[in-house]
Design a protein. Structure first.
Lengths: 547, 297
């Protein structure tokens, strides 16, 4: 967000949030709002490693000191100061000079990095050096996003599996020739001084997920809505955090997503020149995931209860990042970024001309959805439901446009055989059982993989998913390629081949990679019970294969 | 009969007890109602009955389709091009379409309408000879849809229960037709007075298992919401619009969907057997009663 706009946005943010609190003060008095904020802040600070925020901390001290004897006027002033402080914590700004320099340097730097970490590849392919644009493949509705960004404001909503996603998506935005997007980044990413500098200057605003204060969340959503209203394209990760289980997200955080609708209604109310908001779901698919070991351990340990406390994972270790990128290249892996069909804030498909269409492809007038007594109006319950429907369409797109690769297929086929080999055993036990001699006959794995491939090809034919290039090979080649991937990056690979038998190494990793195929209804045919709950956030109970 | 009326706020499409009651309730409340009294045996809609159908519906604020699901699909096909995002559509469908598609999905998949309300069976409880009170469930994901229903059709003698569980209510609606069918089938050999209740119990167990598998809210089957939909289906089976062919189609649709999602439905299976082999209906039901009532699994 440019400096001039930033100031306007912060002023409007303050007045809008305070006004909303005053409007609802009949049901929720300001004293209660302020008390709730201080309570949540105290709770937050009790959790280890939570830093103080200078801007809001002094306000909290003052609120605690004077809330008991505060007059309504003072309460209002305290509220105003707190919202202002929150706004300053959240706001990021955009420095065009730094953006220009970065976009010039980053692709070059990435290319050099990719070549430097893989000398073998460098020698093999000299003088034609591998390029990042060959590794990152952008597909899907690229033309649509390029065209529609001029007709309205774009929200790009990718899946999230790794901390590298922001970098990869940022690169994709640049490569598609789009203007820079503003985006919410977790506070942990700002802790690194160098990364923090770039984040602050390249349009990122801060999202502190440790803050549970409803006022903070409202301020964040309103900030986001204001950037959209000012025409800044936004990037959200609607899953809220990286998928711990490895499965495609089925459960989205709808708060920020709802700011798209909020901005749309505001745009209609003020008769904005380009009121439309276009939401582009996007999937990021890779054969390997940098932080897979930490993520799945976190998922299994806490069952997602403490998911945002994962501060130290592979993405914070430079050596692992290099190793990961090197393996990615040496194995000729691709990162697939698939942009899905655009949606409006109600979840309707948007056609090539930027018009919303109904399920039968007939053009409709989306403004009707928010009309009340002839005027566009915000209605909290109704709008929340529209956003839920939008969330549903986004998760559908995630499933449809996920690119399934050899690692997922090999892990799935082996996991199914492992379940059958351990009847009556639930997932917890299955993952804990670590008999080093337990193995599977390779021909059985090939057979199961073949059956799975047939089903996946059918699903691809129905448009239910995408299959990556690593799957277009014979079953034995596919398994070999997957084994190569597992063994070259992970220290304790998910699968290992010895002779004509396949040994399961890190079962959690096996589980992580197979989870990418959760949610496609494969269980019924394979005869196993679903290991994840329907929202992919927790483990299902009971044996995976009947005793 | 219908007629184009620019002031129309409420349109009721259908013929049968439910449509008649809704029209009467709205008129009692002073609402302006346009009704399309769909012609043909069993309310079949095979062609556009009125030239002004789409135009009338396009100006309405609220539309009620009191039709079996297959006819609903035809009606919504005509309505779809005229639909507006700010309209509210209610469905009152007690027979399901084959292949299985829930009524709210028909509306959702063929039009831009979002504010969809599902009306359940209406339970009439006679208090005195001249006075009765009623109960009806309305399901919608939008709270304002329940309010709209109360405003249009509510009265102090009609209790309206609202729920978000469209799937649960629609499947219960479908099962209510099967209970009707089972009760009719058992009429000639009913050996004990509580047989109807027993049939309802088995139907409820099947409906609960299928609904939960299809994403319904378990709470729907914990209390009165579920029972209230099933009770009138048996007690109030004198709906003149009852169409056995449609009920049989409902049984096939439910059985087909259950097979797809791997849910065993002994009650539905028995009803189908009784339809196919009426001479062995009693035997089939006796076999059903030997089975335990299975609410889970």
């Amino acid at each position: 967000v440019l400096r001039g706009d930033q100031e306007r946005i912060l002023v409007e943010l303050e007045s809008r949030v305070v006004e909303a609190c005053l409007e609802s003060s009949q049901t929720k008095p300001l004293t209660e709002v302020l008390a709730s904020s201080t309570y949540h802040e105290r709770q937050r600070l009790r959790t280890p490693k939570q830093g103080l925020h200078a801007s809001s901390q002094s306000v909290f001290v003052e609120i605690e000191r004077s809330i008991r004897r505060a007059s309504p006027l003072m309460e209002r002033e305290m509220l105003r100061r707190l919202v202002r402080a929150y706004g300053q914590e959240i706001a990021g700004h955009f420095n065009p000079r730094i953006y220009r320099a970065t976009t010039r340097v980053v692709p070059l730097g990435l290319n050099l990095l990719l070549n430097a970490v893989s000398p073998k590849r460098l020698l093999d392919q000299f003088p034609r050096l591998p390029r990042i644009d060959e590794t990152v493949r952008i597909q899907g509705a690229v033309d649509d996003i390029q065209r529609l960004q001029n007709q309205g404001t774009v929200i790009l909503a990718p899946t999230h599996v790794s901390n590298l996603d922001s970098v990869v998506v940022g690169y994709a935005i640049y490569r598609m020739g789009l203007p820079p997007f503003t985006y919410g980044a977790g506070l942990n990413l700002f802790k690194n001084p160098l990364l923090g500098f770039f984040m602050h200057n390249l349009g990122a605003y801060t999202v502190d997920r440790t803050k549970q204060d409803p006022l903070y969340k409202e301020t964040l959503k309103t900030y986001c809505s204001l950037t959209l209203e000012h025409g800044y394209h936004n990037l959200f990760f609607p899953g809220g955090t990286r998928s711990r289980s490895g499965a495609v997200e089925r459960h989205l955080k709808l708060g920020l997503l709802g700011s798209g609708l909020q901005a749309y209604i505001r745009n209609l109310q003020r008769k904005a020149e380009r009121p439309k908001i276009f939401i582009f779901p996007m999937t990021i698919s890779t054969q390997l995931v940098l932080e897979s070991e930490s993520l799945i351990q976190d998922f299994l340990r806490s069952n997602l209860r403490e998911r945002f406390t994962l501060d130290d994972d592979e993405s914070n270790r430079v050596g692992r990042i290099f190793q990961f990128v090197e393996q990615l290249l040496s194995l000729d892996s691709k990162i697939h970024l698939t942009i899905s069909t655009p949606l409006d804030p109600f979840g309707n498909r948007v056609d090539a001309a930027g018009e919303s269409v109904d399920p039968r492809g007939r053009r409709i007038q989306p403004e009707n959805y928010v009309m009340r007594d002839g005027a566009p109006t915000r209605v909290f319950d109704r709008d929340a439901e529209y956003t839920r429907e939008l969330g549903g369409r986004i998760t559908d797109a995630y499933a449809r446009d996920s690119v399934i690769e050899c690692t997922h297929i090999a892990a799935r086929a082996t996991f199914v055989l492992l379940c059958r080999q351990n009847p009556g055993v639930d997932l917890n036990q299955l993952l804990k059982l670590s008999d080093p001699d337990e193995s599977l006959a390779l021909h059985e794995v090939y057979g199961e993989t073949e059956r799975l491939m047939q089903r996946l090809r059918k699903l691809r034919g129905d448009g239910a998913l995408r299959l990556g290039p690593s799957t277009v090979r014979s079953v034995d080649n596919l398994i070999d390629k997957a084994l190569q991937h597992f063994s070259t990056y992970h220290s304790d690979p998910a699968l290992l081949r010895r002779g004509d038998r396949l040994f399961v190494g890190d079962r959690s990793l096996l589980f992580y990679y197979q989870n990418r195929l959760e949610g496609y209804g494969l269980e019924d045919e394979q005869g196993i019970r679903k290991p994840l709950s329907a929202d992919h956030l927790s483990l299902a109970e009971g044996p995976l294969w009947p005793a | 009969m219908a007629g184009l009326n620019a002031d129309t706020q409420l349109v009721v499409v259908g013929r049968g007890l439910t449509a008649e009651r809704l029209i009467a309730s709205a008129r009692e409340r002073g609402k302006r109602v346009t009704s399309f009294n769909v012609a043909g045996p069993g309310n079949e809609m095979t062609s556009d009955p009125y030239a002004d159908f789409g135009d009338t519906l396009s100006v309405a604020q609220t539309i009620v389709f009191a039709l079996p699901a297959p006819d609903l699909a035809v009606a919504v096909e005509w309505f779809g091009p005229h639909a507006r995002g700010d309209q509210t559509v209610f469905t009152a469908c007690f027979c399901l379409a084959e292949p299985f598609e829930l009524p709210h999905e028909i509306v959702r998949n063929q039009s831009c309408i979002r504010k969809i309300g599902v009306i359940g069976r209406r339970l009439q409880i006679p208090i005195t000879q001249d006075f009765e009170t009623g109960f009806v469930s309305v399901a919608s994901r939008f709270t304002e849809v329940g309010q709209t229903f109360r405003e249009l059709f509510g009265s102090r003698h009609l209790t309206v229960a609202t729920t978000r569980d469209l799937v649960g209510l629609e499947i219960l609606n479908g099962f209510s037709s099967l209970v009707e069918l089972a009760v009719a089938s058992s009429a000639s050999w009913a050996l004990f007075p509580s047989l109807e209740n027993l049939l309802r119990l088995y139907a409820l167990a099947d409906a609960a298992r299928l609904s939960l598998r299809l994403g319904a809210d378990p709470a729907t089957f914990l209390g009165l919401t579920g029972l209230a939909q099933l009770i009138p289906s048996a007690l109030d089976s004198r709906d003149p619009s009852t169409d056995v062919a449609r009920q049989q189609q409902t049984a096939r649709a439910i059985a087909g969907r259950a097979a797809q999602v791997g849910v065993d439905l002994p009650f539905v299976r028995t009803v189908r057997m009784a339809i196919d082999n009426p001479e062995h209906a009693k035997e089939a039901f006796m076999l059903l009663f030997d089975l335990p009532v299975n609410l889970h699994g």
